[in-house]
Design a protein around this ligand. Structure first.
Ligand code: ADP
Ligand code: MG
Length: 249
């Protein structure tokens, strides 16, 4: 069996009487895109927060590269290789694209470069940033003011910032949100290639993107996993159609 890069085991989390995560077990293996779908309020973002370290489960565990990280901070997980993107955008709109990647690389507590900032030197930092921009296809926009990028390009820029941390796994919460259909298509193509660098746990509402990208899909309803399978299995699953997909399948 392939060793999971990321795994949750029986994660449970309540907010008062509401069980937002109910015994969730899933994993992410090398090379795959594993999509998590479900209706609004199903607990997708709550799950992502527990995986990334922003929220502590009441019970259950999170493992990263085989190590139990349930009690560790968001920064520690980032440093171990958990690349999270598409949260509230932390990009500085007035800075250039290159400046954002350089700042992102040294400015974050979780960054391996953070401690080395005084000795790393501007030139080495610039190399790291330029390499990341090349990998997301933004080399030609390095000197562009970030505010002038399209929404889709900003998502690519956020991935470039994450790449400076050499992530072993990506976790993304609704990256297609706010993109038009052209933007979604381009970002879908981009994520399809990104999976070669690190597998992606992808929360997404855009079913075209999910069906095009996902090797596996996990369906959450009321905090519980009701199904896991490949695209065909999920589309054909009566409980999933009933609870979520309806006509989209
Ligand atoms: P999704 O991302 O699938 O739309 P969420 O994980 O955001 O769902 O929310 C799952 C449920 O937990 C919702 O009913 C939401 O209102 C509730 N919830 C999320 N965060 C909190 C919180 N911090 N305090 C209380 N209830 C919360
Ligand atoms: Mg959400």
């Amino acid at each position: 069996m392939t060793e999971a890069i990321l795994a949750t085991q029986g994660i449970t989390k309540s907010f008062g009487a509401l069980k937002a995560s109910d015994d969730i077990t899933l994993d992410l293996v090398p090379g795959e895109i594993h999509a998590v779908i479900g209706p609004n309020g199903a607990g997708k973002s709550t799950l992502i927060k527990q995986i990334c370290g922003g929220l502590k489960p009441d019970s259950g565990s999170v493992k990263l590269l085989g190590q139990d990280v349930t009690a560790t901070t968001t920064a520690a997980r980032a440093q171990m290789g958990l690349g999270r993107t598409f949260q509230i955008s932390a990009l500085a709109m007035e800075d250039t694209v290159l400046q954002n990647v350089m700042l992102g690389a040294v400015g974050r507590a979780g960054s391996p470069w953070h401690l080395f900032r005084p000795v790393l030197g501007e030139r080495r930092l610039r190399e790291i940033a330029e390499d990341a921009l090349e990998r997301v296809g933004l080399t030609e926009d390095a000197a562009t003011r970030t505010a002038e990028l399209s929404h889709g390009q900003r998502r690519q820029l956020e991935v470039a910032v994450a790449l400076t941390l050499a992530p072993k796994a990506f976790v993304m919460d609704e990256p297609m949100a706010g993109l038009g259909s052209g933007g979604s298509k381009r970002l879908t193509g981009f994520l399809d290639q990104l999976r070669a660098q690190a597998p992606i746990l992808l929360v997404e509402h855009d079913m075209d993107a999910v069906f095009a990208l996902a090797d596996r899909i996990t369906v959450l309803v009321y905090g519980k996993v009701i199904a896991t399978g490949n695209v065909d299995e999920i589309r054909a699953n009566p409980a999933v159609r009933e609870a979520y997909l309806g006509d989209e399948a």
